[in-house]
Write a protein that binds this ligand. Sequence first.
Ligand code: AP5
Length: 214
Amino acid sequence: MRTILLGPPGAGKGTQAQVLAQRAGVPQVATGDILRRAREEGTDLGRRAQSYMDRGELVPDEVMIGIIEQRLQEADAREGFVLDGFPRTVPQAEALGELLLGLGMPLDAVLALDVPEEVIVRRLAGRRTCPGCGRSYHVESDPPPADGRCQNCGRELVTRPDDRAETVRERLGVYRRQTEPLKEYYQARGLLRQVDGLGTVEEVTERLQSALGR
Ligand code: AP5
């Protein structure tokens, strides 16, 4: 499986990418998680990305393209991958296309999750995230353990700084201006499958699987 999960912030890309990747036995490649890990580790990349992320803006294309070029050439991505959060701009999509052409690894499909804005705002306001392993919870639909610690790795759960209401508004604007045009880009290449992102996590997973023809 070589697929991209596209969608606005909070659409459920991370939640679904994790399930699809696990089922297919391929890595989930989540650029947001890569950047947050770099921040945690205090690397140059993490420091450079922080101000963009906190403002809800995109990290520059050349930085993100470099990260993906390296990641998709690692051994575990040879059999496939689920991309979550990349590409986010037309130049990123073009660079990805060239990379995959060179590696002889064409995309199977681009899955776009459709979720209305009022649902997104609710999902992000209730999200709690593990800074250790990146697992997301939701106070209503997927409540975290009572002690407020991650059930996978035991770290204390946090609210992501970019989930503040004003930053969410900025992220939604950035999505509409810079990322949504990718639907047209992939539609023109016969790869786009639009999927309703409402309903339970399991219902959405089943829709994604059938859009993939599995
Ligand atoms: P990133 O981490 O990629 O954030 P995002 O795209 O804004 O997506 P989110 O992680 O907020 O949401 P999601 O769609 O994964 O939803 P989730 O599954 O968690 O990027 C963060 C920042 O990094 C960017 O703003 C940018 O600065 C930078 N960046 C990253 N990639 C970049 C790139 N390529 N180029 C440039 N900059 C880049 O679900 C949300 C909540 O809803 C959770 O609480 C979950 O439990 C809940 N939920 C999920 N599904 C359901 C359901 N079906 N029903 C009820 N609740 C649900």
